[in-house]
Design a protein around this ligand. Structure first.
Ligand SMILES: NC(=O)c1ccc[n+]([C@@H]2O[C@H](COP(=O)([O-])OP(=O)(O)OC[C@H]3O[C@@H](n4cnc5c(N)ncnc54)[C@H](OP(=O)(O)O)[C@@H]3O)[C@@H](O)[C@H]2O)c1
Length: 223
């Protein structure tokens, strides 16, 4: 798993262990990784390092990538660079199943409803988060062009609320938020669910509501 030490990644690793999986968790900061288990191997390294990705991929059957980075005015490359290395390493090692997380914000055909939705699209996608979303699009293009059994998972705004259950659908879901617990469950389910192989899956937690200010404060200003 890439991005294993992030807020979604930690939940993902925990849930994977509960389900009985063997887990290889990649992080640049293994000293801060909070989980420990006989079936967990923590791999230290940067996902833009070809040798690190090659070693991590060789040790696993399937890859789930929740890598993320802060909004910045500077160009972002970590999504697409890690995807390129993953595709190369997985093809070389004969590994097929790749599940990557991007965002509902990269769906350029989506016309958000309401003033808040349209404002959020124009400010987040086209200004504050432009370089991040641009690189998520580049990541998707890399994954789509591969021969792997890939799934691109696009969640909306992520929250710390407890998971309830998630909705999944091709391309788009209108619900604006998703619990990270639910995202972790949805990602793990993809390892058994082949409906979205070589497809984009939109996911969300139906009915979850948090204030726009909460999201802005917690998920944008934190970054
Ligand atoms: N926040 C939202 O509302 C939102 C909405 C839609 C989609 N998403 C996407 O959902 C996913 C999960 O988001 P999140 O907020 O739970 O996590 P996150 O805060 O974006 O963090 C993910 C982790 O990626 C790792 N990472 C970053 N650069 C790396 C590199 N070069 N090499 C290795 N690891 C690297 C970091 O771990 P280490 O520092 O330990 O290496 C980080 O903890 C991300 O892909 C994000 O872009 C987020």
């Amino acid at each position: 798993m890439l991005g294993a030490n992030g807020p979604t990644g930690r939940r993902l690793v925990h849930q994977a262990l509960v389900r009985g999986h063997q887990v290889q968790a990649l992080t640049r900061h293994p000293e801060t990784f909070p989980l420990c288990d006989d079936r967990l191997q923590v791999i230290a390294g940067d996902a833009t390092n070809p040798a690190v990705i090659d070693t991590a991929v060789a040790a696993t059957d399937a890859v789930i990538c929740t890598i993320g980075t802060a909004f910045t005015r500077h160009p972002v490359q970590v999504y697409s660079a890690s995807a390129r290395l993953l595709v190369q390493a997985m093809s070389g090692h004969g590994k097929r199943r790749l599940v990557v997380v991007t965002s509902g914000g990269v769906d350029t055909t989506h016309r958000p409803q309401g003033i808040a939705g349209r404002l959020s699209r124009s400010v987040l996608r086209n200004r504050i988060g432009k370089t991040v979303y641009d690189d998520m699009e580049a990541m998707e293009a890399v994954v789509w062009a591969s021969d792997l059994d890939w799934t691109v998972v696009r969640p909306p705004g992520l929250t710390e609320e407890p998971g309830t259950d998630y909705a999944i659908a091709p391309e788009r879901i209108q619900d604006p938020f998703m619990s990270r617990d639910d995202l972790a469950a949805a990602l793990l389910d993809q390892l058994q669910d082949h409906r979205y192989v070589r497809k984009v899956a939109a996911v969300a937690t139906p009915g979850l509501r948090v204030s726009g200010w909460y999201m802005f404060h917690r998920e944008v200003l934190k970054r």
